[in-house]
Design a protein around this ligand. Structure first.
Ligand SMILES: [Ca+2]
Length: 388
């Protein structure tokens, strides 16, 4: 059930991890191939990492190789897209920002939407105090609202944490980490609907990934009576509305992706022969992977990133224009609406050795730097809808 696929390219051994989360399940379950991992809400057990650590944040970082530095020229010229949001102003209600939308078909879901125009986070609606996921260390003070936007910051801060290894004896090790970041997750869940957010990326690239995504918690799946009891049924669902600035490896061009490359992927774990197996972009691209090349640099301006999760089809939108689509085979579980800033190469590796031996992912002390940090992503609003 390993999410790590190893591609050998001559002398280059690039371990491509679909999207970072996969390994998480291992972190709590050191034993080989757990069936359905016993899971707990992260905040319920602060000492433990989530059994199914979602993946959007950690993403497909090719693990450590002599990294060609992404050429600055790869970034397209600043976008010509108007900064002005094409979204409705709210005077007659909010509707999905999609071309040709039928307003009669949708209603706005206040419980999972926010304009972020107040000075404080609505903690009745959102949880921003979530237990750490290994090298992704969440701190509530890295998330705040200011000037009508939500800000999520990643900062350089050396700290130590105790983590269970997932390979070998599963022992608890005290390890040094270098960055702390922030996350905001809805307290309620939804499955089908339209989800969109107006986001500006971080100035720093590469090294971090602003993400807007939906993922299922074990407790919610259980509460809905949707835990799998037959082969082919999922026990985890994740829809990445968008992951920006991931800087993954382009196998066609033999270089790292520039900041204009946007990922809109799916992740799931499906019961097969009594094992819960990952299906992710690295292993199942036809099922889960969308790579979109924008004609703008997401660091320069706000843009609207959206997805419609339908019963048969999942469709992704960029500034109201449909840019990708997948069949919806497994994504029918309840999911939480999430915004976060995840660590990326060169600050995280999937080839862990030395003091980090036994972990599926680990920091890279030789690359740790304060330069470029703190760095901040901004979210003007997040709006969620359901079909009438
Ligand atoms: Ca706002």
């Amino acid at each position: 059930m390993n999410a790590v696929n190893t591609f050998s390219l001559g002398a280059l051994a690039l371990a491509l991890v679909a999207c970072g989360g996969d390994n998480s399940s291992n972190e709590l379950s050191p034993s080989p191939a757990p069936v359905v991992s016993p899971s707990a809400e992260p905040e319920a057990q602060p000492s433990a990492e989530p059994s199914v650590e979602p993946s959007a944040l950690p993403s497909a970082a090719p693990s450590y190789t002599p990294a060609p530095v992404p050429s600055p020229t790869a970034s397209p010229a600043p976008s010509q897209v108007p900064v002005e949001s094409p979204a409705p102003d709210g005077s007659d209600g909010f509707f999905p920002t999609m071309q040709g939308v039928n307003k009669d078909a949708w209603f706005y879901v206040e419980a999972r939407s926010d304009e972020f125009n107040d000075d404080v986070i609505d903690t009745g609606k959102w949880n921003h105090n979530i237990a750490d996921w290994g090298p992704w260390s969440w701190e509530p003070d890295n998330v705040w609202q200011e000037n009508n936007v939500l800000k999520i910051q990643m900062r350089y801060e050396e700290h130590n944490t105790a983590r269970h290894t997932w390979a070998g004896d599963g022992s608890l090790k005290d390890v040094e980490l270098f960055y702390k970041s922030g996350i905001l997750r809805s307290r309620s869940y939804q499955t089908y609907g339209y989800y969109e957010a107006r986001i500006k990326g971080t100035a720093t690239f590469p090294g971090n990934s602003p993400a807007f995504w939906l993922y299922s918690l074990h407790a919610d799946v259980a509460a809905e009576g949707l835990l799998p009891d037959a082969d082919g049924e999922p026990n985890y669902a994740e829809v990445d509305v968008v992951e920006l600035q991931q800087s993954e490896w382009d196998f066609d061009l033999n270089q790292w992706h520039g900041p204009e490359v946007i990922d809109m992927n799916l992740h799931t774990r499906v019961l097969e022969n009594n094992q819960s197996l990952w299906k992710r972009p690295g292993t199942h691209p036809e099922l889960t992977k969308n790579t979109v090349h924008a004609d703008f640099d997401p660091r320069d301006d706000f843009h609207i990133y959206g997805v419609e999760v339908g019963e048969d089809v999942i469709s992704w939108y960029l500034d109201g224009v449909k840019v990708a689509e997948k069949a919806n085979i497994y994504w029918y579980l309840p999911m939480r609406v999430t915004l976060s800033l995840g660590l990326r190469r060169p600050h995280v590796s999937y080839n862990c050795a030395g003091v980090y031996q036994g972990f599926d992912r680990c920091p890279v002390p030789s690359e740790a730097t304060q330069e470029g940090f703190p760095t901040v992503m901004e979210v003007d609003w997040v709006r969620v809808y359901e079909r009438n």
